[in-house]
Design a protein around this ligand. Structure first.
Ligand code: SF4
Length: 390
């Protein structure tokens, strides 16, 4: 094969798009999703830590009304822990397969891009670990262009059908009124950036939430995501955490109807990834059970079990604190200054909160509900007494 060596020494075919992954790396696909905890559960016979999420900033240029970490956003950044310590802790994670970088908006400061994002992404490439960056991609294209050659998944949020939605939703919690004209420019730049990154060969995955605003127009949102060239559309219920905790919650019926409309109207060439849905193979509700079966049978559709606390922990790179999710409600379980991540995870695995949703039906490929969703829709249900129905 003719090719060139990139900065990490990986061969890249001469014809490859600039942001394509290194030659020989397995493509991410419905058959290969290393973030799904069911894989490590199947491989090791119990939940193992294979995924680390790093909170790399508390700054953001937006203030979305549904932001699950909104209360932790700040106006100035604290000093971060030494990257040497972080890399040592990552080195010690025996089964590490993925690293996710999240915020805030990780690309807001040029310094963060240069001193934090790029070194971590290069670490991941050198170790053969897959990476994801959660970004709103509303900033200058140049900063995404610098990151893209080292990144596996650019994960964006997209819950809009027009700039007015973006203005209403994305800046709802901004103290100062943000002018519509300025927001409209950001909206267009976000779409342009997503399009250009996709054209460059990057795996852009757009996430939408199903909530009181989007449940009736989720198929239209999907069409715009398709037009931006995204390779995957991720769909989750809204998590009732932080800024979102006071927003109206939709019923399971409304959620089911939204998922059904998406399945009916989706572009079948785009991978649809549903996460943390409140529908399970053990459901005795016939309509929900039918939907679960349909989701399992559709081509290019996957339902990902929730990684938080199953195969993933979150590390705050400013305090060193380790959480089972980046959402604020569950307190820290340890700190990388004192402990190995595998040891913190082992402690969490035995915790009553984790045990309460620790069910597994291998035939259904299911390992139980997400803690927040279970609290929202199944307060009186003990999943450990349930089994997948035929
Ligand atoms: S693993 Fe749990 S949630 Fe999933 S089908 Fe089985 S009992 Fe239900």
């Amino acid at each position: 094969m003719t090719g060139v060596f990139d900065m990490q020494g990986f061969t890249i075919p001469a014809s490859a798009a600039p942001f394509a992954p290194p030659a020989g790396w397995r493509a991410l696909s419905p058959e290969y999703d290393p973030w799904d905890p069911i894989r490590s559960l199947q491989q090791y016979g119990r939940h193992e830590l294979t995924s680390v999420e790093l909170t790399v900033t508390h700054l953001c240029n937006m203030r979305c009304e549904h932001c699950a970490v909104g209360d932790s956003l700040t106006m100035t950044e604290a000093p971060h822990i030494p990257l040497d310590l972080l890399f040592r802790r990552l080195d010690e994670v025996e089964h590490l397969e993925t690293i996710s970088l999240t915020g805030g908006e990780p690309t807001l400061r040029e310094e963060t891009v240069r001193n934090i994002l790029l070194p971590i992404l290069k670490y991941a490439r050198a170790r053969g670990v897959r990476s994801q960056l959660n970004s709103n991609v509303t900033l200058d294209y140049e900063r995404y262009e610098r990151i893209a050659p080292f990144l596996d998944v650019m994960h964006i949020s997209f819950n809009y059908t027009e700039a007015e939605d973006f203005h209403r939703v994305g800046f709802a919690r901004s103290g100062n009124k943000i002018r519509y004209e300025a927001v409209e420019k950001l909206y267009e730049r976000m779409m342009d950036n997503a399009r250009k990154l996709s054209e460059g060969g990057l795996f852009v995955s757009a996430e939408s939430m199903i909530n009181f605003r989007t449940h009736g127009k989720i198929a239209l949102i999907h069409r715009l995501i398709d037009e931006m060239g995204c390779k995957r559309h991720e769909v989750h219920p809204m998590y009732p955490s932080s800024f979102a905790s006071d927003l109206p919650v939709i019923s399971r019926d409304q959620m089911r109807e939204a998922v059904t409309s998406l399945l009916n109207e989706r572009n079948p060439d785009i991978w649809m990834l549903f996460g943390t849905l409140p529908f399970f193979a053990c459901s005795e509700n016939p309509e929900e059970h039918r939907l679960v079966k349909r989701l399992a049978a559709e081509t290019n559709v996957t339902v990902r079990n929730d990684p938080d606390g199953r195969n993933r922990v979150n590390v705050n790179i400013f305090s060193g604190d380790v959480y089972v999710t980046d959402f604020a409600a569950i307190p820290s379980f340890g700190n990388v200054k004192d402990e190995k991540l595998d040891d913190v995870f082992a402690r969490w695995r035995e915790h009553p909160m984790q045990q309460a949703v620790n069910c597994h039906c291998p035939g259904a490929g299911c390992c139980g509900p997400n803690l927040l969703v279970s609290d929202m829709y199944y307060r009186d249900t003990d999943f450990r007494n349930r089994r997948a129905l035929p």
